[in-house]
Design a protein around this ligand. Sequence first.
Ligand SMILES: NC(=O)c1ccc[n+]([C@@H]2O[C@H](COP(=O)([O-])OP(=O)(O)OC[C@H]3O[C@@H](n4cnc5c(N)ncnc54)[C@H](OP(=O)(O)O)[C@@H]3O)[C@@H](O)[C@H]2O)c1
Length: 199
Amino acid sequence: MSIGIIGAGNIGAAFARALARAGIHAAISNSRGPETLAALAAELQPFVTATTVEAAAKADIVLVAVPWSKLPQALSGLPDWHSRIVIDANNPIEAPPFKPAALDGRLSSAIFSEFVPGARVVKAFNHLQPHLLSGNPAAEGGKRVLFYSGDDASAKARIGALIERLGFFGIDLGPLALGGSLVQFPGGPLPALNLVKFG
Ligand SMILES: NC(=O)c1ccc[n+]([C@@H]2O[C@H](COP(=O)([O-])OP(=O)(O)OC[C@H]3O[C@@H](n4cnc5c(N)ncnc54)[C@H](OP(=O)(O)O)[C@@H]3O)[C@@H](O)[C@H]2O)c1
């Protein structure tokens, strides 16, 4: 199971750190090229390597964490997704000036899915602050909760298993239409809640 990451900022790097902490290999990319990710790759060696967007996009599981307005550019011109799993970790708002994107009443994950035609999209890793994603998920005596949702049962099961392997407690919120709305930021009730499962 190969893992690629598109976007190496707050969330992409936090996901990479969570993978490295669990001893899982991944390749991470940004817009400026792998040479600009040398420090991150050095920090997370031997688990995380720097690569191009095109190479990261070929992985079995690809996490995308790019500012909302940059998604079309980041995801254009990539090879066919061929039912591979793409994790939508994105939120339709950017800082600054924290102005929500115009979605015309649609869910951001539905719009995101159109940028990765043929992929099996799972919404996950979008609702916690980066330091909670990269930090120890057992830090508060239980297991930090991560939500995930998607329309493909096997894709969702694989991401649920990955979440567990990272040490989090995964909660399946159901299909994208339901889970995506619950974790959508801004608007949904779940983002930014730092929940811990005890027992
Ligand atoms: N920050 C949070 O607290 C938080 C929490 C949950 C979810 N999110 C969501 O996660 C996503 C990323 O947020 P972030 O805070 O991680 O952003 P960020 O720190 O600004 O990092 C953005 C990353 O996207 C890359 N990127 C931009 N345009 C690209 C392109 N055309 N091709 C490839 N890579 C490109 C950037 O690469 P370069 O630097 O090389 O341009 C950078 O590595 C957003 O959708 C955000 O809403 C953020």
